[in-house]
Design a binder for this molecule. Structure first.
Ligand SMILES: N[C@@H](CCC(=O)N[C@@H](CS)C(=O)NCC(=O)O)C(=O)O
Length: 241
């Protein structure tokens, strides 16, 4: 049994989809990040970075104590290693899969997050920041489009954890003003993955993005803003004022 510490966001859905695809039993523990559910000392013991998702595996493949894993890319790799699924055995294809997985967690995800922040959450508009991150996100979407013009899936012929890392954020890119119609290869890939039964289970009603996380002009209360970006979020890390 695996505990999935989850918020209904693209990062959370990466893991619910992977667990469904791999047929692993899990218990969904939902957090409302606007309300600061992830800022507790209990959650610090699972993820010292206080972000979702995280898992606790009560039956780790190496035995012993329950094992906690944070960072969505590390969780996907852990689950692929545990099950021998969704990461190609062929060393070349495996290397390609890990390149695209890393590209998502180190590039597409953070850049998309900043584009989202400055377009949707910043207390005042900062045109330079909006332009900088939106343009970089658009460039990354073109990189994805070009790859999916060469191969069916990110790693090549096989669906892998690289696709799972990238897929949930594609619909969120529309919310920050990316014109998805410009990327037909990405659309073809998105539709093929959306039709997978395990993917549908991994984003079913209890895991679907709530409207409040998808608003273009998000209006947070001061308490919610503090939980997400301000003093409450910062002071959750021990040692911070
Ligand atoms: N690099 C992390 C990013 C995780 C992340 O930023 N999670 C968001 C939800 S999508 C979160 O927990 N936000 C709450 C906060 O920043 O306070 C990963 O890939 O797991």
């Amino acid at each position: 049994m695996i505990d999935l510490h989850f918020s209904a966001t693209p990062n959370g859905q990466k893991i619910s989809i992977a667990l469904e695809e791999m047929g692993l039993d899990y218990r969904l523990i939902s957090y409302d990040i606007f309300e600061g559910d992830h800022l507790t000392p209990e959650f610090d013991r699972i993820n010292p970075n206080h972000k979702l998702p995280a898992i606790v595996d009560h039956d780790p493949p190496f035995g012993g104590e329950p094992h906690a894993v944070f960072e969505s890319g590390a969780i996907l790799q852990y689950l692929a290693d545990k099950t021998g699924m969704l990461l190609p055995d062929d060393p070349r294809a495996r290397s390609v899969a890990l390149q695209w997985l890393t590209w998502q967690v180190a590039g597409l995800g953070p850049m998309g997050g900043q584009a989202s922040h400055f377009r949707r959450y910043a207390p005042e508009p900062i045109p330079y920041a909006i332009e900088r991150y939106s343009r970089e996100l658009d460039r990354l979407m073109q990189v994805l489009e070009n790859r999916l013009g060469q191969a069916e899936y990110l790693a090549g012929a096989e669906f892998s954890i690289a696709d799972i890392a990238i897929w949930p954020g594609r619909s969120a890119a529309g919310v920050v003003g990316i014109d998805l119609a410009r990327f037909p290869n990405t659309h073809r890939w998105y539709q093929a993955i959306a039709a997978r039964p395990a993917v549908q289970r991994g984003r079913s009603a209890d895991k679907a993005f709530p409207d409040k996380y998808m608003q273009l002009n998000a209006r947070l209360s001061s308490a919610q803003w503090s939980n997400m970006f301000g003093d409450r979020m910062h002071s959750a890390v021990p040692g911070r004022p």
